[in-house]
Structure formats: structure tokens, C-alpha cells
Design a protein around this ligand. Structure first.
Ligand code: GDP
Ligand code: MG
Length: 296
């Protein structure tokens, strides 16, 4: 049971190893939440649990511009709370010099007033004695609450960072239910993207109780990914709306979704969509779990 949470923003210039670090902390699991692009201000990097605490790692566009599509998968519950994160994690290269981008990020951290952890990453590339001047240099730039040298690549020091994060935990319900955290993030995100395009294309017409499931996700040897998607709706009439006149609506949904999925997967995608009528699917827990979200 988790009864404490930490929401932390992970910031740093490109290529310092933020994604690698988050993967090292989180493993395969990330959160899948409903797309709310208009209200998204922060992006979920990953979630993990340690000692009864749920740690939510955010990539904050206010801090830097993220390249991933994760931002479209922001959950409602976090939306309002993230303005003030419990901690900021600044990830830097192991060099004895505070760069321009680092200085800017430090200023933002200072302005936010959030507790701050400095992560000196890639310690596998430097000698131990080289760390001291780096720590001293950053110590002059800002009074960090903690400094953790680590190697996201080897995993050395990563659990120490997790322990430091726990120092900033708050009492409270988990921000994400366990069943919204999945080990099939790409698959789930594809389903969410199709759902997002449905909402965009059909606007207010989108039938209540429409759900999307990825039934096949297969990467060929030549790198093309075959993705089969089934859109479930509750009534035959809904099926007609989703498909549209001469199939125009479904075609548009598939085209828009394919483009975004190709960006997400960074490769070519062959996307096939089907629409099926399935009455009362919302009554089935199993299906809701499959879809990765509950009805909103
Ligand atoms: P991001 O842009 O900040 O998300 O950085 P990435 O996580 O994509 O990493 C950028 C590059 O740095 C990749 O080639 C990683 O393999 C490498 N990298 C990340 N962490 C480490 C580390 O601890 N040691 C070394 N040697 N390389 C790392
Ligand atoms: Mg990255």
C-alpha cells in the first residue's frame, strides 16, 4: 500500500541522460492516462514505488522542451498539483563548469522555491577525485538540498537518488492507481493516440463509451511496425459515426494517428483500424483494464 507521494520534475539539457536515468529508476513501467492536450503543462516521465511511496517523475516543459509525446498523456489528478512539485532534480554532465543552460535551470529552480537535488550523471566516465571540484562548483552556484553523483548507465548510485527523493514525500493517496501503470507503454500510448484523434476528428459527436484497444503490435525485421487497432463502441449507430461518410472519418483518424505514432516510435508504421460494436463493455473490468483507463 502506498500512502505517500513525491512529485518531482526532472530537468537538464538534452543528452545529459534524463531518459536513461528515469528508465533506471522506473524500469519498464510508466503511467497511461487520458489525453488532455489542451490542459497539459507537464509530462509524465515515469512512476515508481519505493517503501510505500509513489514517486511521479515529470518532465516539465516550463523547464525545458521535451521531445517525447508523453505530454499528451497527462492525468487529471496531477494537473493541478504540479504547479508546485515536491522536488526538482537537475541532471548535469560531470564537468567542472556550470553551463549557460544549467544556470538558467538553476534560476528557474530558485524561482520555483522547490527543494532541489543535483544529479551529476555519467560518473562512469570520470575518476572519483574529479567529482569533488564539480560538486564544489555547483555548490557555489546554488544551495542544493542534496547532491547525488551516479551513473544512469551502470545503475551505480541510482538507489541513493531514490532515497533522496523519498525525503520530500507527502502524505496522500497515490496519484495513479496501480492498474494505470503499465509495462506495455508503447502499446497503450498507441491506443491513446487513436482515441485522441477520434476525439479531435469527431469533436463533440464522439459516442460515449468508445474505447480503443491495440490487438497487434509487431515490429518487422525491416523496422516497420504493424499495429492493429480495434475501436469499440456500444451501438451500431455509433459505428456509423466513427466510420463516417465513405469511411472518411475513420480514414482521417488513422492517418493522424499513424503520423503521431511514427513520431512516438521513431519509425514507419503500418496502422490498420477496425470498428466493432460491443455492448456493455464498460461493465467488464477486464476490458477496462485492457484499455488502460476507466470511463471519464
Ligand atoms: P536525455 O536527452 O537527457 O534524455 O539523455 P538520454 O537519456 O537520451 O542519454 C543521452 C546519451 O547519454 C545516451 O547515449 C546515453 O546512453 C548516454 N548516457 C546516459 N546516462 C549515461 C551514463 O550514466 N553514463 C554514460 N557513459 N552515458 C550515459
Ligand atoms: Mg530524453
Amino acid at each position: 500500500m502506498t500512502d505517500k507521494t513525491v512529485v518531482a520534475a526532472v530537468v537538464g539539457r538534452p543528452n545529459v541522460g534524463k531518459s536513461t536515468l528515469v528508465n533506471a529508476l522506473v524500469g519498464e513501467k510508466i503511467a497511461i492516462v487520458s489525453p488532455k492536450p489542451q490542459t497539459t503543462r507537464n509530462r509524465i516521465f515515469g512512476i515508481f514505488e519505493k517503501d510505500g511511496t509513489q514517486v511521479v517523475l515529470l518532465d516539465t516543459p516550463g523547464f525545458h522542451r521535451a521531445r517525447t509525446r508523453l505530454g499528451d498523456f497527462m492525468v487529471k489528478t496531477v494537473n493541478d498539483s504540479v504547479a508546485d512539485v515536491d522536488a526538482a532534480v537537475l541532471v548535469v554532465e560531470p564537468v567542472d563548469n556550470v553551463g549557460v543552460q544549467e544556470s538558467q535551470l538553476i534560476e528557474r529552480i530558485r524561482a520555483s522555491g522547490a527543494p532541489a537535488i543535483l544529479v551529476i550523471n555519467k560518473t562512469d566516465t570520470v575518476k572519483k577525485e574529479d567529482l569533488l571540484p564539480i560538486i564544489a562548483r555547483y555548490g557555489q552556484a546554488y544551495a542544493f538540498d542534496a547532491v547525488v553523483p551516479l551513473s544512469a548507465r551502470t545503475g551505480d548510485g541510482v538507489s541513493e537518488l531514490a532515497d533522496e527523493l523519498l525525503r520530500f514525500r507527502q502524505e496522500g493517496e497515490p496519484l495513479f492507481p496501480d492498474d494505470m501503470i503499465t509495462d506495455q507503454p508503447e502499446r497503450q500510448m498507441c491506443a491513446e493516440l487513436v482515441r485522441e484523434k477520434l476525439l479531435m476528428t469527431l469533436q463533440r459527436e464522439v459516442p460515449h463509451g468508445t474505447a480503443v484497444e491495440v490487438t497487434r503490435f509487431h515490429e518487422r525485421d525491416d523496422g516497420i511496425t504493424d499495429i492493429d487497432v480495434t475501436i469499440y463502441c456500444e451501438k451500431a449507430g455509433h459505428k456509423g459515426i466513427i466510420i463516417g461518410k465513405n469511411g472518411a472519418a475513420l480514414k482521417k483518424v488513422g492517418e493522424l494517428a499513424r503520423r503521431d505514432i511514427e513520431k512516438l516510435l521513431d519509425g514507419r508504421v503500418c496502422l490498420k483500424t477496425w470498428v466493432k460494436v460491443k455492448e456493455n463493455w464498460r461493465d467488464s473490468d477486464v476490458m477496462i483494464k485492457n484499455f488502460g483507463y476507466t470511463d471519464e
